[in-house]
Design a binder for this molecule. Structure first.
Ligand SMILES: [Zn+2]
Length: 163
């Protein structure tokens, strides 16, 4: 699976890459020069909306893509180019906030997050996903349904581009 480093203008794209399981560095404090260095050192693909940075990456023989347009366009373009399936699967997803790996908690394992989520939420869902790095908790509630709907919309756009 490809790994990415994404510039500060592409936060939404970074989120969807993480949720589809891609190790993605996105940090608004990291300067453009550092992004290129990170890509070079770690073999990550650099995604940028900055033409100058894109050209520098090309000159440095770093795999890079110039990403433009609306959020939808950006997600569709990158997913097509790198063969990414528009599916959010919690078993492979990474934390959308920090890029950490997620741990599945079910049965008595749920107790780990008992004090982090609302009691009602805790009782309602059997399975949670927990980020060890930033302690974010994910579960298949309304937010999750919105993510699935968005990925369906992206899937339809990918299909219509290919028709
Ligand atoms: Zn996290």
């Amino acid at each position: 699976m490809n790994k990415f480093v994404v510039d500060a203008m592409l936060g939404k794209l970074a989120l969807w890459l993480r949720l589809t399981g891609h190790d993605t560095i996105y940090d608004t404090d990291v300067h453009d020069d550092e992004l290129l260095e990170i890509a070079k050192k770690t073999g990550r693909i650099l995604l940028t909306s900055d033409e100058e940075l894109f050209e520098r990456a090309q000159n440095a023989k770093v795999e890079s893509m110039l990403v433009r347009g609306t959020v939808d366009d950006r997600v569709v373009d990158v997913f097509i180019r790198y063969g990414i399936k528009p599916e959010v699967d919690p078993r492979i997803a990474r934390c959308s906030k920090c890029n950490g790996g997620l741990i599945e908690l079910t049965g008595s394992g749920k107790e780990l997050i008992k004090n982090i989520v609302f009691e009602q939420t805790y009782n309602h869902y059997d399975t949670f996903w927990f980020c060890n790095d930033c302690e974010s908790v994910y579960f298949m509630g309304g937010h999750w349904k919105n993510m699935i709907e968005y990925m369906n919309r992206i899937a339809a756009q990918i299909k219509s581009r290919k028709d």
